[in-house]
Design a protein around this ligand. Sequence first.
Ligand code: PLP
Length: 407
Amino acid sequence: MDTLDIKTIREDFPILKREVNGKPLVYLDNGATTQKPKAVIDAIINYYTDMNSNVHRGVHYLSQISTDAFEITRRKVQEFINAKHDYEIIITKGTTDSINLVASCYGQEFISNGDEIIISAMEHHSNIVPWQMICEAKGAILKVIPMTEHGELDMETYKSFLNPKTKIVAVNYVSNALGTINPVKEIIDLAHAQNIPVLIDAAQAVQHIKIDVQALDVDFLVFSGHKMYGPTGVGVLYGKEYWLNKMPPYQGGGDMIKDVTFEKTTYNELPFKFEAGTPNIEAGIALNAAIDYINRLGLDNIKKYEDDLLQYATEKLQEIKGLRIIGTAKEKSSVISFVVEGTHPYDIGVLLDKMGIAVRTGHHCAQPVMEQFHIPGTVRASLAVYNTKEEIDALVAGVNRAVAMLV
Ligand code: PLP
């Protein structure tokens, strides 16, 4: 597929046909979660209709077919991000779960009193708090790469932070609050020059930008199924075999063990060492359908289409008097955050909702970002491949109406 037929794509998403408050739904909250194509919904229904059974445990037929389907997803994820081995793909509950796993297990093994962990000023809370927790537990220090008023990382300060005490760098690929695409390859190369591993939070990237973990040479990469047209409750931790083997398990329980006696337990091999207990099987299986869906459209096509839409939306929104875009980095993806003089983001969000337009308002789980810009929050429109210029026009008209009522 070379160019995307958005009309046909929209047909794939049943929810896009519904109305909200008597108006056609304009769904622009894709950064929070995307809608699901029928193929993903069908995969969930099919799992319960045809194969419901626990995975990795039974010798019986249903357990075997559900295990096979679950493991096909692991290999699909491996291909999708070009991991070297399928056992480097850990199936988790989502990005937050994946980051907590690394912070906890890597932190337990490799972080000591006085060590340093680097994050950035534009992280989602889920890439701040787990690191703060391990800092507190171990007496380590959290260093925060500052950003400019455009929402770009200050790379000179980053370079100056790297030193033998630095034990890990954890930054996002794309900021959920600003849309900035960070120079992750450069961030990784600079850290590796000093043998420091890097975790990339790709929660807002993997559905928009083609990612090759081997080309990036990234040590850990995390993302969520539900932001990439897949189900909630499933996500991915990619980790290099080298690190995963050196890290202790995360949680104890079934599946993650080889042998258990009351005296001693030996742990299972990768990836199961990090997958204790029954996973979210239907979500794991349906994630395969989501990746198939993205692959069918092609990430390059998706990116090109969304970039055009982002540019269109940016131009149109900027025409609104008093509107200020928060996050004006040169490299951006699919997110427009803004404030309008004399209004509160929440009020605009509520009025837009009355018009059937779903946007996010508030701090977007990135309170430090809002603090830096001295604002309580923003209105955030975040795009997916099914959004259209007509929907952007509806947003612009809606913001104009809301502002006329509020100011
Ligand atoms: N990281 C980023 C950049 C995000 O945008 C989000 C969610 O918005 C998360 C992490 C957390 O993802 P989840 O809630 O799916 O664990």
